[in-house]
Design a protein around this ligand. Structure first.
Ligand code: NAD
Length: 377
């Protein structure tokens, strides 16, 4: 009997992506796997059921999940969805286990082998599986467009019969995957871009995109290429110098994050008061608390003529391409586990070992285990 892989319809509020697009679903089918699609699963991303030529369409989630050996998802599952799965089945997707501890316990009870896409180590070999990066790139691109859309100014320099218009000034804070894509997109639209990150390694990347690197004299390289949290003294130094650049910005895009923590608040109310009337802040860190003190996640607020936009799940707004990229990440991650259409887990492979959240009733991810066991004791 071939392994059955299921693509359910996403149920999270506002989620428009689907875990596999038709072309990647077909590639799975070519490896000897039977692909099952919940009716309408791809609709929100504009992939109709008929486009999944290699998949068998199943009417509802309960029947689909009850039949599947492997379930692929984008947003974390609900407890109900986990309970509808077959005991011992495999699931891959985002889990955000520190928020959804009830789901982790349901996965444990059902002995599900759960692989969290956000836990895949960011090593060169796993770049093609890196869904954090693919979705962050989508977010960065869209953030620049949101900034251009909400701004009362043009991004490019325009020479017209009605006069010459100077290009907009865009400041990007946090030059990780999302920040770099925001810089590239704002540059393509013709804006003058300045960017800042605590990791000095980003200077070269920022400059290679034609933007100016803001040097505030604070560096905070942490482990594994990520940033570390700043000391109070460093934060004060950073804010004072940053305020001068922020005051000049027409659009400010903030993307600063520290893994496993709330986003750092880099733009206090006072800094917003110093901004130009009509300026726009796009806070891509809104979901993890926001980089701006005034950000309201999921909302657009105005203070002293400055618009502060805190979008959530931005990748879902570019649902078609975000789904295609995510599907490729899933394919590159799962197919090495499925030689000749049979499941074979090699726990010596660090990509498999580190991304596994639960297996055979145990929580294999240490931080999640301590969190859940700590809460019980
Ligand atoms: P992220 O989303 O965790 O953070 C975004 C950016 O915010 C980072 O560049 C971080 O340095 C910056 N930041 C944090 N605190 C800040 C502060 N107080 N002020 C200003 N900036 C601040 O980052 P990410 O986009 O996920 O990337 C993190 C790292 O992982 C980068 O080094 C990136 O190159 C690396 N990476 C490696 C791979 C790979 O090798 N497979 C893939 C993707 C990313």
């Amino acid at each position: 009997m071939p392994i059955k892989l299921a693509i359910p319809k996403e149920t999270a509020r506002g989620e428009r992506r689907v875990a596999l697009d038709p072309s990647v679903a077909a590639r799975f089918a070519q490896t000897g796997i039977e692909v099952l699609l919940q009716k309408g699963a791809g609709n929100e991303a504009h992939f109709p059921d008929e486009a999944y030529t290699e998949a068998r369409v199943v009417e509802d989630a309960k029947a689909l999940l009850g039949e599947a050996d492997i379930v692929v998802k984008v947003a974390p599952p609900t407890v109900e969805e986990v309970n509808q799965m077959k005991d011992g089945a495999l699931m891959a997707g985002f889990f955000h286990a520190h928020i959804h501890t009830d789901v982790v316990q349901a996965l444990q009870k059902k002995k599900i082998t759960a692989f969290a896409m956000e836990l895949i180590p960011r090593i060169s070999r796993a770049q093609s599986m890196d869904a954090l990066s693919s979705q962050a790139a989508v977010g960065g691109y869209k953030a620049a467009l949101m900034g251009a859309d909400l701004s009362c100014r043009f991004f490019p320099m325009l020479t017209t019969a009605a006069g010459t218009i100077r290009p907009a000034k865009v400041v990007v804070i946090g030059a990780g995957v999302a920040g770099l894509q925001a810089i590239a997109t704002a540059r393509r639209l013709g804006a003058l871009v300045e960017a800042y990150d605590v990791r000095s390694a980003t200077r070269e990347q920022v400059e290679s995109l034609g933007a100016r690197f803001i040097d505030l004299g604070v560096q905070a390289e942490g482990e594994g290429g990520y940033a570390r949290e700043l000391t109070d003294e460093e934060k004060a130094q950073q804010q004072e110098a940053l305020a001068q650049h922020v005051a000049q910005a027409d659009v400010l895009i903030t993307t600063a994050a520290v893994p496993g923590r709330q986003a750092p608040v880099l733009i206090p109310q006072k800094m917003v008061s110093g901004m130009k009337p009509g300026a726009v802040i796009i806070d891509l860190a809104a979901e993890s608390g926001g980089n701006c003190e005034l950000t309201k996640p999921g909302k657009t607020v105005t203070r002293g003529g400055v618009t502060i936009h805190g979008p959530e799940n931005v990748a879902s707004q570019v649902a078609l391409h975000a789904s295609e990229m995510y599907a490729k990440n899933l394919f590159n991650f799962l197919t090495p586990m499925l030689p000749e259409g049979r499941l074979k887990l090699n726990w010596d492979d660090e990509v498999i070992a580190q991304s596994c959240l639960t297996h055979e009733g145990a929580i294999r991810h240490e931080a999640t285990r301590s969190l859940i066991e700590g809460a019980k004791s």
